[in-house]
Design a protein around this ligand. Structure first.
Ligand code: KIV
Ligand code: NA
Length: 275
């Protein structure tokens, strides 16, 4: 299991940090077996596996439910769990209560929080408690309503400067990593150079300290919208579709189940049963 210290060293050595989301036991196993450095139980699960049209409906209990399954499937990989919408903007006590619940009950190695401003204080407070925190800047899916949709962020010099200063503030507050989502690659490069902690990009070009993608996007599993910045590395959706249509067809035409798929009762037992 890698640690936050290992991620700092990877950045120093120029080794990329690979992060991938997972939401359940089998996807976590796939992620761990493929050698990813970090598994993110993202609140993107709301869209990808629960069928909501944003991350807003996702609850603390949802994150705990999925986080526990991922932990069981990836015992040796650093697991980060997202704090969901609304769970870290209330009072200090309520934020701490939710954070501690998610951290303790899932056995995660870190929590991830979107945004800056007040959230910088929350990063400091959780880090003081002993919970490693990953910051998330740029496009903030939990703020899509305020941002006016899922748009590229930090395109103006002013917005870019703000993002760099937010990233530095997150690092000073104790964040162990920063995710930057959907920003121009030139800005992502600047942020990566400005920080000591690893900067993990998504839709942010190649000049960051690492990358993160959504499991289902990466392997084309499911029928949700796949953003432009994703490379489709395999086509699991097609494989699954072909397998399932073959299943339906073979049951309908009687070719499944075949002899090797059935169980047999001994002849003498049959005689006793039916005479
Ligand atoms: O929820 C998620 O999957 C994320 C990544 C896109 C960074 O936050
Ligand atoms: Na997220």
């Amino acid at each position: 299991m890698k640690t936050t210290a290992d991620f700092l060293n990877m950045k120093k050595d120029g080794e990329k940090v690979v992060m991938l989301t997972a939401y359940d036991y089998p996807t976590a196993k796939f992620a761990e077996d493929s050698g990813v450095d970090v598994i993110l139980v993202g609140d993107s699960l709301g869209m990808v596996v629960l069928g909501y049209d944003s991350t807003v409906p996702v609850t603390v209990n949802d994150m705990i439910h999925h986080g526990k399954a991922v932990r069981r499937g990836a015992k040796d990989t650093f697991v980060v769990v997202d704090m969901p919408f609304g769970s870290y903007h209330g009072s200090y006590d309520r934020t701490l209560q939710d954070a501690v619940r998610i951290f303790q009950e899932t056995g995660a190695n870190a929590l991830k929080l979107e945004g800056s401003g007040e959230v910088i204080h929350v990063i400091g407070m959780l880090t003081d408690t002993g919970i490693p925190v990953v910051a998330h800047l740029g496009l903030l899916p939990q703020h899509a309503g305020v941002l006016g949709g899922y748009k590229v962020q930090g395109k103006t010099a002013e917005a870019a400067e703000q993002l760099i200063s937010d990233a530095l503030a997150a690092e000073r507050a104790g964040a162990c990593m920063v995710v930057v989502e959907c920003v121009p690659y030139q800005l992502a490069k600047k942020v990566s150079e400005a920080l000591t902690i690893p900067v993990i990009g998504i839709g942010a070009g190649a000049e960051t300290d690492g990358q993160v993608l959504v499991f289902h996007d990466t392997v084309q599993f499911g029928n949700h919208h796949i953003p432009k910045f994703v490379k489709k590395f395999s086509d699991a959706g097609r494989t699954i579709h072909d397998g399932l249509t073959a299943y339906v067809e073979e049951v309908k035409n009687g070719s499944f189940p075949a002899e090797q798929h059935r169980f047999t009762m001994k002849e003498e037992e049959l005689v006793t049963l039916y005479g």
